[in-house]
Design a protein. Structure first.
Ligand SMILES: C[S@@+](CC[C@H](N)C(=O)[O-])C[C@H]1O[C@@H](n2cnc3c(N)ncnc32)[C@H](O)[C@@H]1O
Length: 201
């Protein structure tokens, strides 16, 4: 899977689909979560930083964590003196970070992680008290979304109620689902949700 993203990195931002998803996810997120210039945010599966760079002007810092070094190199290339995202190449499920964040955001990365419960357990431990998660991914689909094949795709989207139970089981409260975007393809449409939740203790 990492090889797939390493190969795709240099052309990842080409075309409208991925940038449109990131823009709509950011709009939905910023309507639901009050971003503040005192916040340190982690973007999980940040890729080339499409979501990270939308969030960055509104907060103190954004760290983009990913297992693909080539995707993260694209973040380095976009970094400027005024707007920087910190790239971190690490599988935080296996090797957690020391830092604790005010919020974790993510777009279209969760379906590439096999163990969703472990992912939310990991998010929980990486958050400060009162921290939030805002995670966007596909509603349950039939496996046709990835037109180039399902290598490294562990979930064909997510059933909301199954995911809600996983998130609550990790210890989160106030789990809310919001419609974020719909990818329109020739044969069918693929809705994307943003789920938000808080670590209250
Ligand atoms: C579909 S891309 C989405 C990238 C970006 N969020 C966007 O919206 O363009 C999924 C990303 O998740 C990353 N990824 C997959 N498993 C991961 C893991 N365990 N930890 C960190 N990143 C992971 C991949 O390397 C890839 O860059």
């Amino acid at each position: 899977m990492t090889e797939r993203f390493n190969n795709a990195a240099s052309t990842w931002d080409k075309g409208d689909m991925r940038t449109s998803i990131a823009s709509s996810v950011f709009q939905t997120l910023s309507n639901r979560i009050a971003l503040k210039n005192t916040m340190d945010i982690l973007d999980f599966g940040a890729g080339t930083g499409l979501l990270s760079f939308k969030v960055r002007p509104h907060v103190r810092s954004v760290s983009g964590v990913d297992v693909s070094i080539n995707m993260l190199e694209q973040i380095e290339l976009k970094n400027s003196d005024g707007v920087e995202v910190k790239p971190i190449c690490q599988d935080i499920l296996a090797n957690p970070l020391e830092e604790r964040f005010h919020g974790i955001v993510s777009s279209m990365a969760m379906h590439h992680v096999e163990d969703t419960q472990k992912l939310f357990d990991t998010f929980y431990t990486h958050l400060k008290k009162d921290g939030f998660v805002a995670i966007a991914d596909l509603e349950a689909e039939d496996g046709s979304f990835h037109s180039h094949g399902n290598d490294g795709v562990y979930h064909f989207g997510f059933e909301r109620e199954t995911l809600r139970a996983i998130i609550e089981n990790a210890g989160f409260s106030n789990v809310r689902f919001h419609h974020a975007y719909t990818v329109e393809k020739e044969v069918q449409n693929y809705p994307i949700f943003l789920v938000t939740a808080h670590k209250v203790v």
